[in-house]
Structures are given as C-alpha cells and as structure tokens.
Design a protein around this ligand. Structure first.
Ligand SMILES: Nc1nc2c(c(=O)[nH]1)N[C@H]1C(S)=C(S)[C@@H](COP(=O)(O)OP(=O)(O)OC[C@H]3O[C@@H](n4cnc5c(N)ncnc54)[C@H](O)[C@@H]3O)O[C@H]1N2
Ligand code: MOO
Length: 409
C-alpha cells in the first residue's frame, strides 16, 4: 500500500494548473488568485479623521477649557483649506484632515458655546484620532499574493485598491459518477417503497456540494450500472471535455467493481490502495482521450471508495488539494491543530486513521462512538478529523493532531 503522503505528492505532481480567466469581484469568492494584486494607490489616500469632532493644532490646547472659533466644516468626501492659526475645523469621520491640523478631538469632549466658539474639555495629543495616509496599504505594495484562495476579506481588500475584477484559475470541469446497482436517487422512490437491498445514493450529493464549494464545474454523469462495457463507454465520453473524472464505489477488489478495469482499458492507473482508514481503495490514474495513448490529451481519474465516510475523507484529503492545485493554489495543506483527547481509543490500527471527532466545549475533543466507514452521521456530528498515526492508541489527556472541517472545504 502507498502512504497517504506519497499518494498526495503523486497527485499534486500531476496537477498542472489550468488556464486563467477574469471574474468580477461578485464572483471571486473561493477562487484561486493567479497574479499578485499590486496597489496603484496608498490606502487611506490621505490623513483622515477617525472621529466626528474637531481638527485642531494640539499646541493651541494645552489645558482643558480653551475655546476656539470654528473656521471651516469638512464632511467626508470634501477637502478643506489649510487650518488658520487660532481656529479649529469641524470635521467628520473619514474626512481629510486639513493641513496645519495635527489632532482631532471627538465631539463628546467638546461643547459649543453661545458665541459659536467651541470649548475643549480635554487636551489633545499630537496625532490623536488621525488615520495616517498609507497606514493600511502602501503605494506599489503587494496586497494579495498569487496562488491564494480568495476569501470575502480578500475581495474587500481588492476593492479597496480599486480592482473591479481579478485573474483566477479556470474552474476545473469534473465529471461525477456514482456506481452500484443498489443505488436509488432520493425523490424517485419513497422510503417505505425502497426495494430490498437498495439504498439511497448519498455520495453523489455531498461530493457535488464539495466540488462546487471548491470552485469546480460539475458534470453529472449519473449512476453507472455494474457493467464493464457501459462503465468504459461512459468514462470515455466524459473524458473528452472534462479535466477530472471522479467516481465513487467500484474500486475495491470484488468482481462487481468495474471502474478500475474500465480506466485501465483506456488509460493508466498510477495509484491504488492507500494506507489510510477509511479510504484504502482510493485510485488515481489517467484516461486517454483517444482511448489509446496520451497524444490527444488526457483526463485525470480519481476513484473514491463507495463507503460514504471513505468517500468523504478521501475527497477531503486527496481530491480537494488536487482540484485546488489545478486552479493554481500554492499551499493546499490544511492546517492542523494540537488538541487534547478526552476519550479512549485503544485499537492498534496498521493504517493511518482519520477519526471523526468534535470539540467538547471544554478545550478537549470527543470521539464519535461509531467510526464505521458507512456511518455518515459521524461526519455531521464531528467538526473535524483526528489524524492518528499507525499503531497509536489514544488515551484521555493525549495530544492529538486535529484538522477542523473548516480547513478542508
Ligand atoms: N475483500 C475485500 N473487500 C473489501 C475491501 C478489501 O480490501 N477486500 N475493502 C473494503 C473497503 S476498505 C472499502 S472502503 C470498500 C470500498 O468498496 P468499493 O469502493 O468497491 O465500493 P462498493 O463495494 O461498491 O460499495 C461499498 C459500500 O458503499 C455503499 N455505497 C456505494 N456507493 C454509494 C453511494 N453513492 N451512496 C451511498 N452508499 C454507497 C455500498 O452500498 C456499499 O455498502 O470495500 C470494502 N470491501
Ligand atoms: O478503508 Mo475502507 O475505506 O475502511 O472503509
């Protein structure tokens, strides 16, 4: 069996980033930035007031009780004139500070007197309540680095330097198949009418949702019958215009498992059987578009195990980094944290295990009771997975490596 680290290294080495397209900021969330964003201005553009109040010369107000005349009024969006000595300027949050002024006193610390002058009940400090020009972003600085995945905050920052659109990695086109004669789509048969031996297809739904979150365009290939010829034909068809063919089930060792042989017939299988639990039968390979060799291009192939939790975990640990790298993302490794286990896991497992767990609200981790690879409930109950090395029992108080689901989607 191949180790997970080796498998990941292999698939990432195959993931040549796809082309670049430009999207407006409304459509940039979750996409991967493909060029540095360099600011053509400084932000804020000039010194401006952090408060509604009065722009003053600090040296003119050395004790509380000084009263000065108001010589101008500067709302945000307007530029004042140089501040005349012995006067103050009425100013509002965000308005440029007039030259000559070196502090702003908030209006709560002032009082307008009957003669129209303003009395200052506090002594300003030099620079007080002034946001300096360029304190957020310097002219010509790199604000966002290429290879990052855009977040709402990053999109806001791009807007703050006036960028209306951003260059991002093209969406990978992913053909998604489920296989298995036992599968029934929700909505086609009511629960009480389900034929004996059948189950609802759950993998199709979470895999599609995960792909969409990760910026992929999903081509739904439907459910493949347990038949080699039809499986091979369907894979050949979608490989023509998809970047990745993703299937669930049919990759284990049974004679009803036709996906692997179908890929081998018209491509090559590079990886199969990973030393991880769940997820052992994960497969990676290539499908030749002409069915014979790579001369007319290839589509990547990833075969996920059928057990729903195995499918879910292999997607998060192998498909997710792969589709993000296809979009040009640099650092695709999820960030793990160290947390204290508050449970017993005495089992000695030879494969590296990924246990569904969640924060217990007291700084520790609780484990879901049934770690079976068919128990999808564990993935909703849990808020992440423990990455447990081979042959490592866990006792309460042990520190474990925990990867929150928020790092994986
Ligand atoms: N003799 C062996 N048997 C199995 C091995 C093995 O090494 N030797 N590996 C086991 C492991 S580990 C896994 S994981 C599964 C994976 O098998 P397949 O990927 O071939 O998947 P299937 O056998 O078709 O299905 C497994 C299981 O999952 C259910 N399933 C399939 N698709 C869906 C779906 N879309 N939605 C919900 N549930 C699905 C299916 O009904 C089966 O219960 O193989 C073990 N066997
Ligand atoms: O390794 Mo399988 O993926 O346990 O169920």
């Amino acid at each position: 069996m191949t180790s997970l680290d080796e498998a990941l290294q292999h698939v990432l080495a195959q993931a040549q980033p796809l082309g670049v397209e430009h999207v407006d900021l409304f459509n940039a969330d979750g996409r991967v930035l493909r060029a540095d964003c360099i600011s053509a201005l400084q932000v804020p553009p000039q010194d401006n007031s952090a408060m509604d109040g009065y722009a003053v010369r600090a040296a003119e107000i050395t004790t509380a009780g000084v009263a000065l005349a108001v010589s101008q009024r500067i709302p945000a969006g307007h530029v004042g004139t140089p501040l005349q000595p012995g006067t103050v300027a009425r100013i509002f949050t965000g308005a440029p500070v007039p030259s000559g002024a070196d502090a702003v006193l908030m209006q709560e610390d002032t009082q307008v007197l009957q003669d129209g002058t303003v009395r200052f009940n506090a002594v300003p400090k030099h620079g007080q309540n002034i946001r300096r020009g360029g304190e957020d972003i310097a002219l010509n600085s790199t604000v966002l680095a290429q290879g990052m995945r855009l977040t709402p905050a990053a999109i806001g920052l791009a807007a703050s330097i006036g960028m209306p659109e951003l260059p991002v990695g093209r969406k990978p086109r992913v053909a998604l198949f489920s296989t298995g004669d036992e599968l029934v789509l929700p909505g086609t048969v009511a629960p009480q009418d389900m034929p004996a031996g059948s189950i609802y297809n759950s993998n199709r739904y979470f895999l599609r949702a995960l792909l969409q979150r990760l910026g992929c365009e999903v081509v739904d290939g439907g459910i493949l019958p347990d038949n080699l010829e039809q499986t091979a034909q369907a894979i050949h068809r979608v490989a023509q215009d998809c970047d990745l063919v993703l299937s669930s089930a049919g990759v284990s060792v049974g004679e009803e498992d036709h996906v692997k042989p179908a890929v081998e017939q018209q491509g090559a299988l590079n990886l199969w059987m990973i030393a991880m639990k769940p997820g052992k039968p994960f497969a990676y390979g290539k499908v030749f578009r002409n069915g014979k060799d790579a001369s007319h291009g290839v589509a990547h192939f990833m075969g996920l195990p059928g057990n729903p939790v195995s499918s879910f975990i292999t997607f998060l640990l192998l498909v997710r980094p792969f589709v993000l790298r296809l979009q040009g993302m640099d650092d695709v490794a999820p960030k793990a944290i160290s947390v204290t286990a508050q449970f017993d896991w005495p089992k000695l497992e030879k494969r590296r295990e990924f246990l569904r767990a969640r924060h217990d609200g007291q700084g520790g981790l609780a484990l879901f009771g049934n770690q079976g690879s068919g128990v999808l409930t564990s993935t909703v109950w849990g808020d992440g997975i423990i990455d447990n090395p081979p042959l490592t029992p866990i006792q309460p108080g042990d520190t474990v490596r925990f990867i929150p689901f928020s790092e994986l989607m």
